[in-house]
Design a protein around this ligand. Sequence first.
Ligand code: ADP
Length: 629
Amino acid sequence: MSETKKFKTEVQQLLDLMVHSLYSNKDIFLRELIANAADAIDKARFEALTNSEIATDWEIRIEADKEHSILRISDNGIGMTNEEVIKNIGTIAKSGTKAFLSALDKNKEENSPDLIGQFGVGFYSAFMVADKVELISKKAGSKDSATCWESDGKADYSIDESTRENQGTTVIVHLKESEKAYLEEWKIKEIIKKYSDYIEHPIKMSITRKKEDESEETTDEVLNSQKAIWLRSANDITEEEHKNFFQHLSHFGGDPLMHIQYSAEGTSEFKALLYIPEKAPFDLFSQDQKKHGLHLYIKRVFISDECNNLLPDYLRFVKGVVDSSDLPLNISREILQDNPTILKINKNIVKKILSELTKLKENDLEKYVNFYHEFGKNLKEGVHSDFANKEKLQELVMFESMTNEPGKLISLKEYVTAMPEKQKEIYFITGEERAVLENSPHLELLKKNGYDVLFMIDPIDEWVVQSLTEYDGKKLKAAGKGEIELDDESKKDTDKKLKKASKEHKNLIGFIKTSLGEKIKDVRFSKRLTDSACCLVSDEYDPTPNMERIFKAMNQSMPSTKRILEINPDHALVAGLQGVYDKSKDDPKLAEFAELLYDQALLAEGSPIPDPVNFSKRISDLMVVSLGK
Ligand code: ADP
C-alpha cells in the first residue's frame, strides 16, 4: 500500500537549494548516483564473501530513454530494505547537514557543487535535473519484496511495495524539459570518463547504431576503463585523474594539494595512494570526519573505510586507498582493528607521509606553509600524541615569533639558528592573540636582550608545550612562568640587585601580599621587567590563565590557580609607595594602590579584571589628585 511521508525540514531546505541554487555544475548528479551504485556493489561484494545467496556478476547500468525523458541508473549491489529506504533516502541522518546548509549560504552558488557529497547529500543532487525521481530497491540476500520510493522533490515522498527481479537499486531520473541533454550518449560518456572512469565495476550502456545497410544493431558498451588508479604506474596518472579520484574518496570538494603513491614490499606488501587536501573541511574536528578513514582494499576488493587503525587520529585529513596483499579476504571488520598487518601498514604510511611533508617543507616552503595553515593543528596534535614520530613532527611545526612580522611562521630550527650565542633556552609565550602578547610585560627583558620569543596563539599550543619540552638540547621556557635567568653573567648582577631591593622593601612587599590576600600566591621583585611596574606570572608547573580560558571555552571546569605578582624594583612606583608606607603604614591609599597594581598587571596581559567599576573609580580618583583639584 502506498504511503506518503513528509520530508524532514532539513531535507526540504536542501532540496530547495538543489532545485534553485546549485546550477553551476549539474553534471555531478550522475557522478553522485554512480558513486552510490559503486558503493552498493562494494558492500554486496564484501557480504558475498560469507553469503552465497548473493549474486556476484557486478555491473552498473545506464539507460537513456529518450521517448520518456528518463535516465535510469541501476546497480546489482547491496540494495535496501523498506526501512533502509526510509532511513537513508527520506531523512538526512548526518549531523553535518546543518553545517552544509550554512556553508552553502556563505559560499553561494559559486562553490556549491564542490560541497555536495561532503555531507552525504549526493542522492538529492538528482533533483537539480529532475522534476521527479523514483528509486526501486531490493536488498541482496533477502526474500522480501522490493521497495519503490518516489518524489517530486518538494514537500513529500511516497513509498510502496514494488517488484524487482534482482538484488540492487535502480534510480529513475525523470529529466526536466530543459535537461534533456543528459540523454545524449556523448554527454553521458563525457561525464563518466571525467568522474567515474576509475570505478572498478563496469558501467554499461546499451548502444544502438545504424549499420551500413541501415539495419540497427544494439550492443553493450562499457563506458569506464575500470582501472584501479592506485595500481597504475605513477607516470601514467594525470593530474586530472588524481583530482577526480581524490574527490571521489574524500567526500568533500576541493583539490588535492599533493599525492603520495607508495608501494611497500618485503615484510608487508601493500600499495597506497594518499592525498593531502588543499583545504581543510570545516568539520575536520567533528566525529564524522574521524569515522571516514582511508579506504582499505584487500587484493582489489573494497573492505572498509572505517578501519581507524590504518592512520593515527591526527592524520585524519589524509585521504586515500590502501590495498594490501597480505590480509586474508574473509577477515572480519572487528578483527581488522587490532591486526598486526594493519598496524605495520600504519607505521609505514605515517613514516612516508611525514617524510613527504618534510621534503615539501625543504623544497617548496610556500606550498608547505599553505598546507600548514590548513592542517598545522593536526601536526601539533601529533607532537602531543605520536611519541614514536615526535622527532620528525617537531621539525614540521611552525610558529609566529616576536622578531618576525605578523603572519610569518618559523620552525624551531630557524629559531635556534637565529639565537644569540649567550641565549640558552627557547622562549615562548602562550595567549589568545599576537597583538596582546607583543606588548606583554613578560617579554620586556627578553626584548631588551634581543632574544626572540615564539608566539603560541593556537589553543592546542598549550598541549604542544607540555610534550615538547626540549628541542636540540635546549629547554622550551615559558616567558610568563617561573623565573627568567638569562646568562650567568647578568644573573649575578640581577641577583644582587633583587636581594638588595627585597631587603629594603621587605615590609612594603609584606604589606602588599597581605593586602591582596587570596588573590595571589606571592609577591616578589621581578627579573623580567624593564619598563612596566608589575606583572603576574605563573609558577613553573602551574597552568597558565590562557589554559584556564581554553578549558572554560570547552565548558570544562578548572579551578583557577593563584599567581605571583612581580614588581619591577627599578620602577619609580616602588620608591613612591615606600615613601607613603614609611609616613604611615595605615594610609588607606596603600591598599587601594595594591589593588591597582594587581589590576594593571591583569590588563597588561589581556586578562579581564574582577571589578572594573572599582578600577575605574580608583583611576578617576587618581586623576583628580594628579590634576590638583
Ligand atoms: P552518501 O552516499 O554520501 O551516504 P546519499 O544521499 O547519496 O549520501 O545516500 C544516502 C544513503 O542511501 C547512502 O549512504 C546509502 O546507504 C543509501 N543509498 C543511496 N544509493 C544507494 C544505492 N544505489 N544502493 C544502496 N544504497 C544506496
